[in-house]
Design a protein around this ligand. Structure first.
Ligand code: DI6
Ligand code: FE
Length: 398
């Protein structure tokens, strides 16, 4: 395939956005074979199907590197409760919050989990997404954790997307293990991880390190198991308070530490040293009406790569728009539009440990989004407007 008359935001090179106008791009065998100025197009391209893009913008396809897309039910009633005055923690401690979604997920059939996740996935795909991460963590028993991961994998067979799964057994303590987190880790979390890994269902291991979830020492046990299996880790850290989760994750060479509103200088330095990605989740910040911003300036200064994701989940971020996450990343967190685009492409790929996507460069997968915009800042600037023209997945129109 040959894309002609394009504006490329390659996210590589020294120009802002890696921008190149009057450009062309050649795709062969699902990979980017060449890109450059149109005037330098190789002459013998007879076998290629040519498409004139009339100046449209081509970017690496967006990657959503943090979602809880598979789950039962919704939490509209709790949304209502919060608006009647209850806090997120009060809702959680009253047996609501994550646990109400656990109940709904345990009682849903795999088919229901698949149908509802697919509806959300299709919205993400409609914005050009070609790769997304999906977590378990609403089963909290062995069988339902496995079911969630199987459903996540199935999504990747039903649509032209690449799914990366994260095992999030340490997401919340189920009621049958109330006040017994150690027993839960021993009897459910670690055996479920072993089973899921044996079935090839796990690309990374995640946890929720928080007062309402698991302490660093408990997360460390899960991470030790991940390490023994050769699986990379990532962590929900410093979302509601500072337990030193990012430092812990960094000490395991985590792919990413996510949320990070309460990250301190020590945590920033740890991420800087480990090379982990800081995944910021403005949808949760917005939904919870958090006022403490993640330390964006410090992360920048420490050279920590910043990614953005939807955190699509029924409680703290019922959002399935990565374009909106980009807008929020700019308006709420003061990222630049260039940082926001980098955050959902190049750095999102890095947060998933993927080196074959997230940029436009020869040899990388031809996972591309073509937009009806002339300049990349338009993607983060508009609210509730989807300018996707077409999506290319592994070199094919999708
Ligand atoms: N942090 C979050 O924001 C979500 N999970 C997590 O670890 C919340 C999940 C939920 O409320 O259902
Ligand atoms: Fe999350």
């Amino acid at each position: 395939m040959l894309l002609k008359n394009a504006t490329l935001a390659t996210l590589s090179g020294s120009e802002p956005y890696g921008l190149m106008t009057n450009a062309a791009l050649i795709i062969e065998d699902g990979r980017i074979a060449w890109f450059g100025p149109q005037s330098e197009l190789p002459s013998d391209l007879s076998g290629h199907e040519a498409h004139d893009l009339a100046g449209r913008l081509v970017t690496p396809a967006p990657i959503d590197c943090h979602t809880h897309l598979v789950h039962g039910g919704d939490r509209a009633k709790e949304f209502e409760m919060r608006l009647n005055g209850a806090s997120y923690e009060e809702v959680a401690r009253a047996g609501g919050g994550i646990l109400s979604t656990v109940r709904a997920t345990r009682t849903a059939s795999p088919q229901e989990l698949r149908d509802t996740a697919l509806a959300r996935l299709d919205v993400l795909i409609g914005e050009g997404v070609t790769t997304l991460e999906v977590k378990s963590g609403y089963g909290l028993d062995i069988e339902t954790e496995l079911t969630m991961l199987r459903v996540a994998r199935q999504l990747g067979r039903e649509r032209a997307v690449r799914i990366r799964t994260s095992f999030l057994g340490a997401h919340a303590l189920p009621p049958e293990f109330a006040n017994r987190p150690g027993d839960y880790i021993d009897q459910v979390c670690l055996p479920a991880l072993a089973d899921a890994h044996a079935e090839g269902l796990v690309d990374a291991v995640d946890g929720f390190c928080e007062g309402i979830a698991f302490q660093p020492a408990e997360i460390a046990r899960v991470f030790d198991a991940a390490r023994a299996m050769g699986l990379p880790v990532k962590l929900h850290a410093e979302q509601l308070s500072n337990l030193g989760g990012a430092r812990l994750a960094a000490s395991y060479g985590a792919l990413s530490a996510d949320h990070l509103e309460y990250l301190d200088d020590d945590g920033v330095a740890a991420l800087g040293e480990s090379g982990s990605v800081a995944v910021l989740l403005p949808g949760a910040y917005y939904t919870l009406r958090e006022t403490q911003m993640p330390p964006v300036m410090q992360l920048r200064d420490a050279g920590v790569p910043i990614a953005l994701a939807t955190d699509a989940n029924p409680g703290s971020s019922p959002m399935t728009s990565l374009l909106l996450a980009m807008n929020m990343g700019c308006t709420l967190f003061r990222l630049t539009p260039e940082e926001a685009l980098t955050a959902v492409t190049r750095h999102a790929a890095q947060a998933l440990g993927l080196e074959d996507c997230g940029r436009i460069a020869p040899g990388l997968r031809a996972d591309l989004a073509i937009w009806d915009v002339a300049y990349p800042a338009e993607l983060a600037y508009r609210i509730g407007f989807n300018p996707l023209y077409r999506r290319i997945f592994e070199g094919r129109w999708a």
